[in-house]
Design a protein around this ligand. Structure first.
Ligand SMILES: Nc1ncnc2c1ncn2[C@@H]1O[C@H](COP(=O)(O)OP(=O)(O)O)[C@@H](O)[C@H]1O
Ligand SMILES: O=C(OP(=O)(O)O)[C@H](O)COP(=O)(O)O
Length: 407
């Protein structure tokens, strides 16, 4: 699938300041990066721009930043990892203002081929997430050209993904996409344009509100839709079941009912867990020892929380992917970070590893899960985007792609 957008092969960056939006939203534990997939995936674009003599200004978000700027969501560990991987110091601008005086000074000191990393763009709050013109302009002021290589964030119309391009254009610069964007879109486009059937989609994880929305379009494309993880309980509640303290989006109960009706009307299989692993309290820290019970989804105790699919559901879901020819999976089946709650995610990962289907895994945590559990090299493609790959598969335009200049 050809992407009719300007790419980094179409621009000459020698001596120019190039702002590069990456998706460095990596999982962290005690300040250490637990999965570097997204960093490794960004390297080809960064190296190309360095080798061409560009002055590479990297930016990204990390986490949701719900309580304002904080060291726990600083990009400092990413700068360290990048420096090691590039064999050259990546200067980290730790200023929480992201585009302040410190950033301007660091940019001014750059020589051709240098790389710096700005602080977490979400430290600017709604200015970033509401695509604010002021912050977009400040970002553009730091650079001559802009490159979007943040595939995992390309479904977000945020200042550093979309808004910034308007001001780069105003000053006569180029807005291009990087190699990772090209690679992801070409691969996903080819795999799902005419998917080899049966086509099974598997959804899980914790970003319930976001991901419930993709189901309507996905049902039209796939043959079977499997729901696990934190996504499942809103469906179960919509069926009138008790879900205890499990994750839920109460505003989506009617929507879930509609989706179950839609699946039936279209003759598509929509699989929900028949049993679930429950705990009395969510483990803290997440990998702390925990006592579990396995219960039918018809009998979840009101004071318990569902944190993984149960053993019978593992069998049903593994069976459901056996004869698939294309599988797209986004979102872990349970709280896989805890070894006691990883069984569902392991079962599905193993089932995918054993099929001869084209298997596409999307999402930061899903990629981390598959890699940590040792199935990474058994999958056809591990996408750096979860929500982004789902929206792309739905056929939606991605703001990060739309904002790039046409060829
Ligand atoms: N039943 C559940 N309850 C709470 N959290 C869950 C549940 N199942 C999975 N999760 C969590 O979902 C997170 C991943 O969700 P998400 O960000 O949507 O996936 P991805 O990054 O792959 O797109 C993991 O941290 C995992 O612990
Ligand atoms: O991790 C991400 O998405 P994903 O969990 O869907 O893979 C991206 O970095 C986007 O992050 P966001 O969902 O906080 O905007």
């Amino acid at each position: 699938m050809a992407l009719n957008k300007k790419t980094i092969d179409d621009i000459n960056v020698k001596g120019r300041r190039v702002l590069v939006r990456c998706d460095f939203n990596v999982p962290l534990k005690d300040g250490a990066i637990t999965d570097e997939t997204r960093i490794v995936a960004a390297l080809p674009t960064i190296k190309k721009l360095m080798n061409d003599g560009g002055r590479v200004i990297l930016c990204s978000h990390l986490g949701k930043v719900k309580n304002g700027p904080n060291e726990g969501e600083s990009l400092a560990p990413v700068a360290k990892s990048l420096s090691e991987k590039l064999g050259k110091e990546v200067v980290f601008v730790s200023d929480y203002h992201v585009t302040g005086e410190a950033a301007a000074k660091a940019v001014e000191a750059m020589k051709d081929g240098d790389v710096i990393l700005l602080q977490n763009t979400r430290f600017r709050g709604a200015e970033e997430t509401k695509n604010g013109e002021g912050f977009s302009r400040e970002l553009a002021d730091l650079a001559d050209d802009y490159v979007c290589d943040a595939f995992g964030s390309s479904h977000r119309a945020h200042a550093s993904v979309a808004g910034v391009t308007k001001f780069i254009t105003e000053k006569g610069g180029s807005n291009a996409v990087g190699y990772l964007m090209q690679k992801e879109i070409e691969f996903l486009g080819n795999a799902v344009e005419n998917p080899v059937r049966p086509f099974v989609a598997i959804l899980g994880g914790a970003k319930v509100a976001d991901k419930l929305n993709v189901i309507s379009n996905l049902l039209e494309k796939c043959d079977t839709l499997i729901i696990g993880g934190g996504m499942a309980y809103t469906f179960l509640k919509a069926q009138g079941k008790e879900i205890g303290n499990s994750l839920v989006d109460d505003s989506k109960l009617d929507y879930c009912k509609e989706m179950m009706e839609k699946a039936e009307k279209l003759g598509k299989k929509l699989l929900l867990p028949v049993d679930t692993t429950v705990v009395s309290a969510f483990p803290s820290p997440i990998d702390a020892p925990v006592d579990v019970e396995y219960v039918s989804t018809d009998a979840i105790p009101a004071d318990k929380e569902g944190v993984d699919i149960g053993p019978e559901t593992c069998r049903i879901y593994s069976d459901a992917v056996k004869n698939a020819k294309t599988v797209v999976w986004n979102g872990p089946m349970g709280v896989f970070e805890n070894p006691t709650l990883a069984a569902g995610t392991i079962a599905v990962a193993r089932a995918l590893a054993e099929t001869d289907a084209t298997t596409i895994i999307g999402g930061g945590d899903s990629a981390a899960a598959v890699n940590q559990l040792g199935f990474g090299d058994k999958m056809t493609h591990i996408s750096t985007g979860g929500g982004a790959s789902l929206e792309f598969l739905e056929g939606k335009a991605l703001p990060g792609v739309v904002a790039a200049d046409d060829k």
